[in-house]
Ligand binder design. Sequence first.
Ligand code: CTP
Length: 399
Amino acid sequence: MERFLHRKVLLGVSGSIAAYKAAALVRELVKAGADVQVVMTRAAHDFVTPLTLATLSGKPVLTDLISGDSTWNDHVHLARWADVLLVAPLSANTLSKMVNGQCDNLLLACFLSATCPVYVAPAMDLEMYRDPSTHANLEKLRDRSVRTIGPASGELASGLSGEGRMTEPEDIVHRLHADLVGNSKLNGKRILITAGPTQEAIDPVRYIGNRSSGKMGFALAEEAAARGAHVELVTGPTNIATSMTGVSRTDVVSAADMAEACKTRALNSDIVIMSAAVADFRPASPATGKIKKKEAAMTVELEPTEDILAWMGKNKPAEQILVGFALETNDGEANAQGKLVRKNLDLIVLNTLQDAGAGFGHDTNKVTLLGKNTKPLSFPLMSKADTARAILDHIGTLL
Ligand code: CTP
């Protein structure tokens, strides 16, 4: 089974002969969908070239706290960027420096600044690994919640055989996947998620829109990708800037743009979650030039937009799970149930504007999930990230 690790991985490479395996490790991580930034120690340069790792990761490799041209490599930013810090291979020297809080290179500074999970894959010769100081140092790291991967046993570069080999790159990626993604039912699934409002032009400067912020759709996209899904996010205009690993983002403006961006993608998706607040109406004939105050007729004639979700319901591939959203102010459950049936959905997420802190613009939401033959499932007011988790957990049960 292919495992997808949509995470930002800060890969620290230290000076051990196993550093040559860092090239294969970067390949494996990238293949799994990870966004990889390599940080090397000077000693690692003797074993593998920065050019090799830069080419494979698609990013310049960083080594020093201050680069030759006096550029400061911001370790705080790097450490915050990372979802996970992996030091592989971990040499005896870097291990000892990590334990003692030394900070004479960028890798060590990142380690000291990291708040994300940290993994290390030690690699050294048999006797070095057996040395009590090495064992004591590894124990101290584990006490600080650093997770160790390996080392494995086998042939060593010295010609000796025994413990000290760096765990194979593929096995390192499997371990990270098992810990960070787990047994996710969404691993490898293609998911289309829509987010945000649409804007329907009245003239080149004015539009009809709504108060959707896009936060719910983005939270769903981020969580689905973190669970190993390949996410297509089609979003109306929002202020949310993202660099989500595993998410391919398409920006649209109007309901018609959204329909166009979604149709082919929907036909190729295992799951579709239509969380965008698509306008139901648009100006029938938007003006090509800005409408002047004195010309304004004071009425804007409207026509319906295409119901994208209804189109998806009609054209739903077998086995696809189609999820809609409903925002209701009255008779929420009955109205949402009606939409579920009318639009041929598998699940509908109901939110009301009546609950304080729920709905448009907030960081929290309060939803009820309604399925075809199941009792409504109501959740308390939760962060949109937790709401996304609850929705995706439920979708997982439908797969
Ligand atoms: N939707 C859509 N295309 C539209 C309008 C809505 O795909 N042109 C989707 C929304 O993304 C949401 C669901 O349909 O998933 C909402 O259903 P809808 O019947 O449009 O809800 P309301 O707009 O609230 O409809 P009503 O005015 O009937 O309550």
